[in-house]
Design a protein around this ligand. Structure first.
Ligand SMILES: Nc1ncnc2c1ncn2[C@@H]1O[C@H](COP(=O)(O)OP(=O)(O)OP(=O)(O)O)[C@@H](O)[C@H]1O
Ligand SMILES: [Mg+2]
Length: 491
């Protein structure tokens, strides 16, 4: 029987959002069935994993062990200290983890308590056998069978955390909870930053995305007061060498991955940020062969800094996209001016970088936000729930052009039926959209119908950050949808 969780354990007020995460953690940690269980919490750095897990152990009276990069002997001593703090009684010194883990399970006994080991990858680095020890003690006949400890292993090194449960790793198949803590979505991020002007919200999100720490520790809660303050805010935060946010994009890459050749990785990210986002495009931008960049791309994908998005209309083609806005901002704006910026040159650099900010950062970012909007759209918006959202390219041989469709919503695939297109959309951050944009979408729709897609109910969507022409507004029809900033941010 599952413990009915959360009426009894409301989410603490200081924890913003994270409802689903909180509910998942509480139902795992308060599950009263006999036997110790294992959960794994991962996610990129600074997303609030520790914050969430500390709140959990505080609310449920559990054990929170923050691991550090130390030798096994020192880590074992710190582990013992946490057990003493929990039980209030002395704990014998541990020889190794084979000694410590069964002790933990005996100590917690039949109390249902969360036991969080944060920064678990540090422990594994010093004690590679630790996952096998945990596997054994949780397995049949292991010391975990007499315990109700709810062991939660947490870490941000995606290479380690991902590997923990994959392939033939010892803990594979053991975890009863696998929680990935993601950045806040764009609407939540606006609320978190307490920004109610959607235009300002898009601009801020295109710099700092949805990572909670980027508002708190990294800029000490410095929020732009209004749209007019945005430029000054950029200069006093992300472009200011005295704020930790200034170096964050560089640290991210160094800390997320165990890479030997950072310059290659930076070059790959620079290529993608510059719009060279196919495998061939990246390779030629950085002057390597395609097969030489396959590995760095895979590593960047594994640590979730980059994702590969298929072209929904051309099978086998894909584009890479940087997931963390700050990394795009760094590559597009900061990296080439690094020396000047380090000397405090932000105020001089920013006016010259604004055009690039618009074309390489905000423009593509706005398209991504529109896709996020489409993902969350309820069935009323496109006349059905989307099964897949992305972008795609339609070739128009008669006019010798390629039509890029920024926001494509496909219905879930149905075997034996033509794929149904719910919506084709174009996004423009800085341009008033007019009837020509609709014409282009209509042309794409006709070409796709000829290719065998079901376009009978396809809605043509115009997403604009700058509004719509009078003619377009007057042209309302059931197959046309105009989405402005207010709709994008409406709940
Ligand atoms: N849900 C939240 N509500 C309010 N503030 C949050 C929330 N999540 C995170 N924060 C803020 O972000 C900061 C960073 O979070 P935290 O240290 O927990 O990240 P992390 O995922 O553990 O990162 P790392 O992998 O670097 O350890 C917190 O100290 C807090 O200020
Ligand atoms: Mg942490």
């Amino acid at each position: 029987m599952h413990a009915s969780p959360n009426e009894a354990r409301p989410r603490p007020a200081h924890l913003f959002d994270r409802d689903a995460e909180w509910n998942g953690l509480v139902s795992f940690a308060a599950d009263a069935r006999p036997g110790a269980t294992l959960g794994v919490v991962s996610g990129r750095r600074r997303q609030g994993k520790s914050y969430l897990l500390q709140a959990l152990t505080t609310a449920l009276g559990g054990i929170y062990v923050p691991a550090l990069e130390l030798t096994e002997a020192v880590s074992l001593r710190l582990f013992a200290d946490e057990l003493i703090r929990f039980s209030g009684s002395p704990v014998p010194p541990f020889r190794d983890w084979l000694d410590a883990i069964p002790y933990l399970f005996r100590l917690t006994g039949d109390r249902t308590v969360p036991v969080v080991i944060d920064e678990f990858p540090f422990l594994v680095k010093a004690s590679p056998a630790l996952p096998s020890v945990i596997q054994r003690e949780l397995g049949p006949g292991g010391s975990g069978s007499a315990s109700r400890a709810r062991l939660l292993l947490c870490g941000s090194a995606m290479s380690v955390m991902g590997g923990l449960l994959s392939g033939r790793a010892p803990l594979r198949g053991r975890a009863g909870l696998e929680l990935i803590v993601h950045p806040f979505g764009y609407r939540d991020a606006a609320r978190f930053w307490e920004i109610s002007d959607p235009r300002l919200a898009v601009l801020v999100h295109s710099v700092v995305g949805g990572t909670p720490a980027y508002r708190r520790e990294l800029v000490r809660d410095d929020t732009p007061a209004d749209l007019a303050d945005f430029d000054a805010w950029v200069i006093r935060t992300v472009l200011n060498p005295q704020t930790p946010l200034f170096r964050e994009a560089r640290y991210l890459l160094a800390e997320e991955t165990e890479i030997r050749d950072p310059s290659l990785y930076h070059s790959v990210l620079a290529a993608v940020a510059g719009g060279n986002n196919t495998s061939g495009g990246i390779a030629s931008y950085i002057g390597r062969k395609s097969n030489e960049i396959a590995h760095p791309l895979r590593v960047l994908e594994d640590c979730r800094l980059v994702i590969k998005e298929p072209d929904l209309f051309r099978s086998g083609r894909a584009r890479y996209r940087i997931t963390e806005p700050l990394v795009t901002f760094y590559q597009a704006i900061m990296s080439r001016e690094w020396a000047r910026l380090e000397l405090g040159g932000g105020p001089a650099v920013w006016p010259g970088a604004r055009a690039c900010f618009l074309s390489q950062v905000t423009g593509p970012h706005f398209e991504a936000l529109c896709r996020d909007y489409a993902i969350a759209a309820d069935s009323g918006v496109f006349g059905g729930l989307p099964g897949e959202i992305g972008s795609g390219v339609v070739s128009d041989p008669a006019n010798r052009i390629q039509i890029e469709v920024d926001v494509v919503a496909l219905a879930p695939a149905e075997p034996g039926r033509p794929r149904k297109i719910l919506s084709l959309g174009e996004a423009k951050w800085d341009r008033v959209m007019d009837l020509r944009h609709v014409e282009r979408l209509r042309r794409a729709r006709d070409l796709l119908a000829a290719k065998g897609f079901d376009t009978r109910d396809t809605v043509l969507s115009c997403y604009s950050g700058a509004g719509f022409s009078r003619e377009l507004q007057a042209a309302q029809s059931p197959d046309l949808r105009l989405v402005g900033l207010d709709q994008l941010y409406a709940d």
